[in-house]
Design a protein around this ligand. Structure first.
Ligand SMILES: [Zn+2]
Length: 226
């Protein structure tokens, strides 16, 4: 009832064109939804997301739901998710991509869904990991577990030696750390993130995870920037 009351005061509007939504619409109006540039990359091998990582790190499958272009509706969506607290957008995109991936045998074998970790200071400032709702929905559709507790970003003091004589503490560096190694052994893992551009962050995460015996890593993002 409270929800209905809020809707009366602030009727939900499309995150892209800002038109008031109809009862059967959520997040986007039907017209903006149909205009979204979907990649359908998960249907193809050697797709552009997989190509980003070729020769850099061993990735099994990789895909992105949407194409991201500057000043586009997709940019608006990701902005509302990251900076305006609209986690329902991540949920919406995750349910959508998860549904598509659940129709592909290689993705159906995934056992664990891991978000690219945010450092806890960033988590505190934002209040949530923008990838969480996306990851939870995908995990649900694939009958996998969403596990944000296995790959973490932590502070590490970096030792610097100056001229081979004076050793001192240098700047604080953020590094990746794996927890509960045994739970990752031999597992098929899906790493999820919002955007893939150069792939550097995902590559670092994959490199770290590949320290684990017989792990198999795939990647899924909300969008790709080219
Ligand atoms: Zn619209």
């Amino acid at each position: 009832m409270f929800h209905d009351f809020l809707n009366l005061l602030y009727p939900p509007s499309c995150h892209i064109c800002e038109k008031e939504l109809l009862k059967n619409e959520q997040i986007l109006c039907t017209s903006c939804l149909h205009d979204l540039p979907v990649t359908r990359y998960h249907l193809y091998n050697d797709n552009p997301v997989q190509k980003i990582f070729q020769g850099r790190v061993k990735i099994d499958k990789a895909t992105a739901l949407l194409h991201f272009r500057k000043k586009s509706g997709v940019q608006q969506l990701i902005h509302d998710l990251k900076y305006r607290g609209h986690q329902e957008i991540g949920k919406f995109l995750g349910a959508w991509l998860g549904e598509e991936l659940s129709g592909i045998p290689a993705y159906r074998e995934i056992e664990l869904v891991l978000p690219v970790p945010l450092h806890k200071s960033r988590l505190k400032e934002r209040g949530y990991n923008q990838v969480e709702a996306f990851g939870i929905e995908i995990a649900g559709k694939l009958d996998a577990q969403y596990r944000p507790d296995l790959l973490l970003k932590v502070n590490a003091m970096q030792t610097q030696t100056s001229k081979g004589r004076i050793s001192r503490w240098g700047k604080i560096e953020q590094t990746l750390e794996i927890h509960r190694t045994e739970e990752l052994k031999g597992k098929k893992v899906l790493l999820v993130d919002d955007l893939v551009t150069t792939g550097a962050t995902l590559e670092a995460c994959a490199h770290k995870l590949l320290e684990i015996e017989n792990i198999n890593i795939s990647i899924a993002t909300m969008a790709i920037t080219h």
